[in-house]
Write a protein that binds this ligand. Structure first.
Ligand SMILES: Cc1ncc(COP(=O)(O)O)c(C=O)c1O
Length: 408
C-alpha cells in the first residue's frame, strides 16, 4: 500500500481525526481491536434507521429485510474464508465464544481419558484455558509446544507430541498476538493429518490481515472476531467443516435453535441455527459484512505486506537504541511488535506513550504462559493495521528514545 492510498483511506476513519492529550491520535493497538471506517458505521446506522426487526420469525417486510441482511452477511463470510457453504458459518460473539463452542459442543462429548491434545505456549488465553479445563474435567492429556530462541514454534516438538496415535486435537493460532509469529499452518495440517487429529485454528490475528482459505489450509474448525477486522464488537465467527459440525451437540438451548418443542422433548434446528440460540447480533453481522466489503476493496493480499513493512521498520528503529524486541525472523513476522525497555515497566512505557497520543498495549497480552517462558512479567506491544503510516512508527520510536532517556 503506498502512502497516497493510506492517506485516502485514513479519511474513512473518523476517530483518526481526534486528538489525545492534545496530540494527534497514533493508534497502534490494532491487535486488541481495530478502528471502524465510516462505511461500517453507516451500514450499522442505516440498518437501524430502515430495517431493524427480529430475524427469521416474522413474515412482515422489516423482518424479511433484517433476515436477508443477516443471512447475506453469513454468505459473505463463507465466501471470504472459502467455506463450502454458508451453513458452516455460525455467528457468535467473538473468537473466545467460537472456541468455547467447539469445547462445549464437541470436545466435552467426544474426548476423554487416554486421549491427548497438542497446543502451543503462544496461545491467547482463549485458546489455552479451555484445554486446561478439558484436561481437568475429562482427563485428556495436554502437551504444550514451546517457542525457540527465534520466537518460532518448535516443530520437532510438535511432531513428537502429536505422534503415538492418541492425539485427537491439535490447536494453534495462525498468528501469535504477542510475538507476531506467522505459524506454519501447512506443516501443522500435515502433522494433524499424519496423526488423524482434528485441527483447530485460532485465526483472530490472520483473517483481518491476509487471505485465509479454510479449504486450502485444511483445518477442521476456525475461530475469529469481527472487531479485529473493522467490524463492530460482539460479532465473531465459528467455522467448522460441515461433516464434523453435524456431529456437534447444541451448547445453548432455547429459541431459534429448535424445530419442534414438545412437552418432554425437542427437535433441533438445522445447521447453522442449531448453534445460534436466541436473538442474534444482526447489527454486528451487518457491520461485519460492510467490513468484509471494505477489506476486499483494498485487497486482502496488500494488508499483511503493509503491516510487515511497518513491523520491520519498527524492529530496526527500536533495536538500535537498545530496546529489546520479541520478534521472529523477518519472513515469519507480521504487523505486531512486542518490546521491553530495560529497567522500565511496560505499563510506564505505555503511559508515557499515551501522553504523546500514542496508543499501545502493555501487560501479559492474555498470554501469561508465554510471558513466563520468555522470562518477563509483561511487554509493551505495537500492532499495525491498514491506516498506520511510516511516520507513525517514527513517532513511536522517537517517543521511546526520549522515554528511555528519562528512565535509564
Ligand atoms: C490470537 C487471539 N486469539 C483469541 C483472541 C480473543 O479474541 P476475543 O477477545 O475477540 O474473543 C485474541 C484477542 O486478542 C487473539 O489475539
Amino acid at each position: 500500500m503506498d502512502s497516497k492510498e493510506i492517506e485516502k483511506l485514513r479519511k474513512d476513519f473518523p476517530i483518526l481525526k481526534r486528538l489525545v492529550n492534545g496530540k494527534p491520535l497514533v493508534y497502534l493497538d490494532n491487535a486488541a481491536t481495530t478502528q471502524k471506517p465510516r462505511q461500517v458505521i453507516d451500514a450499522v446506522s442505516a440498518y437501524y434507521a430502515s430495517s431493524n426487526s427480529n430475524v427469521h420469525r416474522g413474515v412482515h417486510a422489516l423482518s424479511e429485510e433484517a433476515t436477508e441482511a443477516y443471512e447475506s452477511a453469513r454468505k459473505a463470510v463463507a465466501d471470504f474464508i472459502g467455506a463450502e457453504s454458508a451453513e458452516e458459518i455460525i455467528f457468535v460473539r467473538n473468537a473466545t465464544e467460537a472456541i468455547n463452542l467447539f469445547y462445549y459442543a464437541y470436545a466435552l462429548h467426544k474426548f476423554g481419558r487416554g486421549d491427548r491434545l497438542v497446543k502451543t505456549i503462544l496461545e491467547h488465553h482463549s485458546n489455552f484455558v479451555p484445554w486446561q479445563q478439558l484436561a481437568w474435567s475429562r482427563g485428556v492429556e495436554e502437551k504444550i509446544v514451546n517457542v525457540k530462541q527465534d520466537f518460532t514454534l518448535d516443530y520437532d516438538e510438535f511432531e513428537k507430541y502429536a505422534a503415538g496415535g492418541r492425539t485427537k486435537l491439535i490447536t494453534v493460532s495462525h498468528i501469535s498476538n504477542s510475538l507476531g509469529t506467522v505459524n506454519d499452518v501447512r506443516r501443522i495440517r500435515e502433522i494433524a493429518e499424519k496423526n488423524d487429529s482434528l485441527f483447530l485454528l485460532d485465526a483472530c490475528q490472520s483473517v483481518p490481515h491476509l487471505p485465509v482459505d479454510v479449504g486450502r489450509i485444511g483445518c477442521d474448525f476456525m475461530a475469529f472476531s469481527g472487531h479485529k477486522m473493522l467490524a463492530p464488537m460482539g460479532i465473531g465467527v465459528a467455522w467448522c467443516r460441515g461433516e464434523l459440525l453435524e456431529r456437534f451437540e447444541p451448547f445453548m438451548f432455547g429459541g431459534d435453535m429448535i424445530l419442534k418443542v414438545g412437552l418432554k422433548e425437542s427437535e433441533w434446528n438445522t445447521l447453522p441455527y442449531k448453534f445460534e440460540a436466541g436473538t442474534p447480533n444482526v447489527e454486528g453481522a451487518v457491520g461485519l459484512h460492510a467490513a468484509i466489503n471494505y477489506l476486499k476493496k483494498i485487497g486482502l493480499e496488500k494488508i499483511h505486506p503493509h503491516g510487515l513493512q511497518l513491523a520491520n521498520q519498527c524492529v530496526s528503529e527500536l533495536e538500535s537504541p537498545g530496546i529489546k524486541t520479541y520478534s521472529p525472523p523477518n519472513g515469519l513476522r507480521s504487523g505486531i511488535v512486542s518490546f521491553t525497555v530495560p529497567g522500565v515497566h511496560p505499563h510506564d512505557i505505555a503511559t508515557l506513550l499515551d501522553r504523546e497520543g500514542i496508543a499501545v498495549r502493555s501487560g501479559h497480552l492474555c498470554t501469561q504462559p508465554l510471558m513466563k517462558a520468555l522470562g518477563v512479567p509483561a511487554v509493551t506491544r505495537a500492532s499495525f493495521y491498514i491506516y498506520n503510516t511510516k511516520e507513525e512508527v517514527g513517532k513511536l520510536a522517537d517517543a521511546l528514545k526520549s522515554a528511555k532517556k528519562v528512565f535509564v
